[in-house]
Unconditional design. Structure first.
Length: 227
């Protein structure tokens, strides 16, 4: 059983998918717009997103990029059936692709296949830093420092995992905003500092040496990646 977020502006299709997925034992969340989908992704990562790429408000690819940043697998649903769209979707991180009109039973089977593939790949996905001091488990969306679980907001999680993806490398505020939010967000570059401050507080006494400030440039992870 998994939590599946269905992002689709056509109510009939949304309801049809909900019915079939619930029958297969999943918990189903639905969003009718891209903005709603982004909010739901940030509020709590679902296990999988079924994503209509043709949304009324924003480009479905924006939602796709956000989902992949949260390490949530995506099956793209689309009326676009050209090879270019398919390739673009897969390149941007979609795990699978279904072209409308589709059979809901086939979608349910693909959901099961992507979930098992993803869980298999993610279970060996814990990365550790600084000789095991910091551990980041993307599958569980969890981080621990010195064995204690950190209670992070989605933005703090995004900052920490973005820095940890490139240990030792400095990321500017603009780069961090881009990685964490994926799209331009007015005034956000200044508020990234307050998220860093909160993240450091949660990291305790060594917070400022784990998330280091590089004056005039940005931030970097101060712990080496364990190999
Ligand atoms: Ca649509």
């Amino acid at each position: 059983m998994a939590t599946v977020l269905v992002v689709e502006d056509e109510r009939d299709i949304r309801d049809l998918l909900r019915r079939y997925l619930e029958r297969a034992g999943h918990v189903v969340l639905t969003a009718g717009t891209g903005a709603e989908a982004l909010r739901m992704l940030e509020d709590g990562a679902p296990d999988l997103v079924l994503l209509d790429l043709g949304l009324p408000d924003i480009d479905g690819f924006d939602v796709l990029r956000t989902a992949t940043r949260f390490v949530v697998p995506v099956i793209a649903l689309t009326a676009r059936s050209t090879v270019e769209d398919r390739i673009q979707g897969l390149e941007q991180g979609a795990d699978d692709y279904v072209t409308k009109p589709f059979s809901p039973r086939e979608v349910v089977l693909r959901v099961a296949a992507v979930l098992s593939r993803h869980q298999g790949a993610e279970s060996r996905d814990e990365e550790s830093y600084g000789g095991g001091r910091l551990a980041i488990d993307s599958a569980r969306h969890a981080a621990r420092l010195d064995g204690a679980e950190l209670d992070l907001t989605p933005t703090e999680w995004g900052v920490l995992t973005s820095l940890a993806a490139m240990p030792g490398r400095v990321l500017s505020r603009a780069e961090l905003v881009n990685r964490v939010r994926g799209y331009e967000f007015a005034g956000y570059e200044r508020t990234i500092d307050s998220h860093v401050k909160n993240l450091r507080r949660k990291l305790g006494g060594d917070g400022a040496s784990i998330v280091e400030t590089v004056l005039g440039v940005g931030y970097r992870l101060g712990l080496p990646h364990d190999r």
